[in-house]
Design a protein around this ligand. Structure first.
Ligand code: WQD
Length: 340
C-alpha cells in the first residue's frame, strides 16, 4: 500500500517514514529540502533496510503537485508534514508562512478531492490552544486567537480541512495536535537537525551539553508553576511517529467515526524547564551550564495534553519516559557532533 509523506525528510516526517516502512507500507517522500537534507534517506535505509521513493518537489508549484498525483494515482494515504514551523520567523515573514503552509495544503486537498476515497493525516499543533484555561487540555478546549502566523496556519489548516471534508464525501482526515516533540530514533541514525541556533529547548540543551553552546538561557522562573519555570508536554518523536501510523490505519480501515477528527498527541504529563534540565543531567551525568533570564515574549505558562481521546479512540498511548527520550536526544547529539 503506497503512502505519500510530504516533508518526509524532516524531524517528525523521517521518524514516521521509518515506522511506516517497518509496518510494510511503500512510502513516497516529497520534500523541497529547504529545511532538511537528502542524507536523511540514508538514515531511514540504515534503520529499515528500505529506501523510500524520493521526489524533490516544491509543493508551492500547483502544476508540480497535480503532475505528481497523475504519476502516483495509486496513493492510499497522505501524511502532510511539509510546512515552515519557526514561530519567531513566522512573525517576521508572515506571507512566506501563509504561502508555504496554506497554499500547499490547498493544492494537495484539491488533488485528493478528485478521488472516490482519500485518507489524509494533518500535522497540527497544541499551539492552536494558546494558553488554555484548564489543564490537562482536551480536544474540546477552545481554539484561541493565534499568537503567531505559524500558529494561525495550523488553525486555518484545520478549518480548511474541516470545510473540505464537509463537502467532499470521499475525503477522510485526522488532525494530530502535537505537544512538544523531542528526541531521536534509538539507532541514532536520524534525529532533530535544527539549522542555526535552536529555538526549541531540548536541542539547545543537548548542544550546550556537547559544548556547541556556552550556556542555556532559561526564559523566566517567575511563572505560577511548581518551580517557577514554564511547563510543557514533551512527547518522544518515536511515540509521535507511531501515532501517525495508527491514525492512518484508522482511516484506511474505515474506523473513523466522522470524516474529520482531531486528536491531542502528548504524554499527558507536564514537565517544567528545570525538570527537563534535571532529566538531561541524569542521563548525561553532566552538569548543564544555564542561567535564568527574562521570560520569552509569546510564551505560555503551561500546556500538557489530556490524552483520553487518543488512548480510547485511537488505541494509542505514549510509551517512553522523559529520560528515555532525553537519552535518545543526547546520544544523537553526540553522534552528530562526532560526525561533523
Ligand atoms: C519550551 C519551553 C521556553 C528555549 C514550540 C512551538 C510549538 C511547537 C513546539 C511546532 C518554553 C523554554 C526554550 C530556550 C528556554 N512547534 N526555553 N530556553 O515554545 O513550547 O513550542 O515548539 O508545532 O508550536 O511554539 O517550545 O522548545 O521553544 O520551549 O527556557 O533556549 O522551554 O520558554 O517554556 P514551545 P520550546
Amino acid at each position: 500500500m503506497k503512502i505519500l509523506v510530504t516533508g518526509g525528510l524532516g524531524f517528525i516526517g523521517s521518524h514516521t517514514v521509518v515506522e511506516l516502512q517497518s509496518e510494510g507500507f511503500d512510502v513516497v517522500v516529497i520534500d523541497d529540502c529547504s529545511n532538511s537534507s537528502e542524507k536523511v534517506l540514508d538514515g531511514i535505509t540504515a534503520i529499515t533496510g528500505k529506501t523510500p521513493v524520493f521526489e524533490k518537489i516544491d509543493l508551492k508549484e500547483k502544476n508540480e503537485v497535480s503532475d505528481f498525483f497523475k504519476r502516483h494515482h495509486d496513493i492510499e494515504g497522505v501524511i502532510h508534514f511539509a510546512a515552515s514551523k519557526a514561530v519567531g520567523e513566522s512573525v517576521q515573514k508572515p506571507l512566506l508562512y501563509y504561502e508555504n503552509n496554506i497554499g500547499t495544503l490547498v493544492y494537495i486537498l484539491q488533488e485528493l478531492s478528485k478521488n472516490t476515497r482519500s485518507n489524509f493525516i494533518f500535522s497540527s499543533s497544541c499551539t492552536v490552544y494558546g494558553q488554555a484555561d484548564e489543564m490537562p487540555i482536551t480536544e474540546n478546549a477552545p481554539v484561541k486567537v493565534a499568537e503567531s502566523p505559524y500558529g494561525n496556519t495550523k488553525q486555518m489548516g484545520e478549518e480548511i480541512i474541516a470545510d473540505t471534508c464537509n463537502v467532499t464525501t470521499g475525503l477522510n482526515a485526522i488532525a494530530l495536535r502535537y505537544f512538544n516533540p523531542m528526541g531521536a530514533h534509538p539507532s541514532a541514525e536520524i534525529g532533530e537537525l535544527p539549522l542555526g541556533v535552536p529555538q526549541n529547548l531540548v536541542p539547545f540543551i543537548t548542544q550546550t551539553g556537547v559544548g556547541l553552546r556556552e550556556e542555556l538561557s532559561v526564559y523566566g522562573d517567575d511563572y505560577p508553576t511548581q518551580d517557577g519555570t514554564a511547563v510543557r508536554d514533551y512527547i518522544y518523536v518515536v511515540d509521535l511517529a507511531k501515532a501517525h501510523v495508527i491514525a492512518l490505519k484508522r482511516l484506511i480501515e474505515n474506523k473513523n467515526k466522522e470524516n474529520y477528527e482531531v486528536f491531542n498527541v502528548g504524554t499527558g504529563t507536564g514537565s517544567s524547564v528545570l525538570e527537563v534540565i534535571q532529566s538531561f543531567e541524569r542521563v548525561s551525568k553532566k552538569k548543564l551550564n544555564y542561567k535564568i533570564v527574562a521570560r520569552r515574549a509569546g510564551d505560555i505558562v503551561s500546556a500538557y495534553a489530556d490524552t483520553t481521546k487518543a488512548n480510547n479512540e485511537l488505541g494509542w498511548k505514549s510509551e517512553y519516559t522523559l529520560d528515555q527520550a532525553m537519552k535518545s536526544a543526547w546520544d544523537w547529539e553526540q553522534k552528530v557532533r562526532n560526525r561533523s
